[in-house]
Design a protein around this ligand. Structure first.
Ligand code: CA
Ligand code: CA
Length: 246
C-alpha cells in the first residue's frame, strides 16, 4: 500500500529502504521487493528472464529484430521480446513507449507467430480482430486489422505494444506514420544457462499510528519482525540464495 523509496545506502550487503505509509494509514503493510544488478536491464521474477527497453525512434521491426538479436547480457543472447503470459505483459507495460515485440504474420496472413526467442515458430493467434487465440495474446480492440490503403498496400504484419495499456497492434514493417519509440530486448531461455541474477524478498512493516514521516527499514539491524515505531529497524525476510542456472 505504501511506497518504498529504494535509495540504497551502504555496501554490497547493506540495504536501506525508506517507506512512506499511505495517508492516515495505521496497520500492517507487506511489500515485495526485487534486488537486481544496477543498469538498464531489469529482472522479472515472474518469468526469470531479463528485459531491456531500447530507445530507437522510428526504427523498423526488421531492424529492431536484428538489433535485439545482436545484443548479449551476462552470457545470454538477446531477442525481440516474446510476451506469453499476463504476468509478463504486466511487468513490461510499466516501461511505457510504443515498442516492437517479436510477433509477425508475414509468412501466412492472419497466422500470428512468435518469431524470436525460445518461442520462435509458436502460433498464438489465427485470424483478424475476431480471430482465435491459440495461446496468450493481448490485442487492442479491433486489432490485428492488417490495415491497408493505397499508400500501404502490403498491410500490417508486425506487432507492437502500446505505451500505457500494454495492448498490441499490428503495423507495417516501418510503421508508416505511426509512432514507434523503440523495442524491448528479452534475455533468458535461449541459452544453456539462464543465470539467476536477482533476489526477491518481503518486508512487513507495522505502522502503529499515523505519521507523515518516512520510516526506515535497515537489514543490518538485529532481526525484528515489525517496525514498532518510526526509527526502529526491522530486518527484511532474507532473500533466497541465488546461484546456478534456470
Ligand atoms: Ca518472453
Ligand atoms: Ca493494425
Amino acid at each position: 500500500m505504501g511506497q518504498l523509496y529504494p535509495s540504497i545506502v551502504g555496501g554490497a550487503s547493506d540495504f536501506r529502504f525508506n517507506y512512506l505509509p499511505p495517508y492516515w494509514f495505521v496497520g500492517t503493510d507487506t511489500i515485495n521487493y526485487v534486488v537486481e544488478l544496477a543498469g538498464p536491464v531489469h529482472a522479472s521474477p515472474a518469468t526469470g528472464h531479463y528485459y531491456e527497453v531500447v530507445s530507437a525512434p522510428g526504427i523498423c521491426w526488421s531492424d529492431a529484430q536484428a538489433a535485439a538479436a545482436a545484443r548479449t547480457y551476462q552470457g545470454m543472447r538477446g531477442y525481440l521480446v516474446t510476451i506469453t503470459t499476463a504476468a509478463e505483459s504486466k511487468f513490461l507495460k510499466r516501461f511505457g513507449g510504443n515498442r516492437w515485440i517479436g510477433a509477425s504474420d508475414e509468412a501466412v496472413e492472419g497466422d500470428w507467430r512468435w518469431k524470436t526467442g525460445p518461442e520462435a515458430g509458436q502460433l498464438f493467434w489465427r485470424g483478424g480482430p475476431t480471430g482465435a487465440a491459440l495461446a496468450y495474446s493481448n490485442w487492442s480492440p479491433a486489432q490485428p486489422d492488417d490495415f491497408r490503403n493505397q499508400w500501404r498496400p502490403e498491410g500490417e504484419d508486425y506487432a507492437m505494444q502500446y505505451s500505457g495499456s500494454g495492448l498490441w497492434n499490428d503495423l507495417s514493417d516501418c510503421a508508416d506514420g505511426s509512432t514507434i519509440d523503440g523495442y524491448i530486448v528479452e534475455y533468458g531461455g535461449l541459452d544453456a544457462c539462464t543465470p539467476v541474477l536477482y533476489a526477491v524478498g518481503t518486508i512487513t512493516i507495522a505502522v502503529p499510528s499515523y505519521s507523515g514521516l518516512f520510516l526506515t527499514a535497515d537489514d543490518t539491524a538485529a532481526p525484528s519482525p515489525a517496525l514498532s515505531q518510526p526509527g526502529s529497524k526491522p530486518r527484511p525476510t532474507p532473500a533466497p540464495a541465488t546461484s546456478g542456472c534456470r
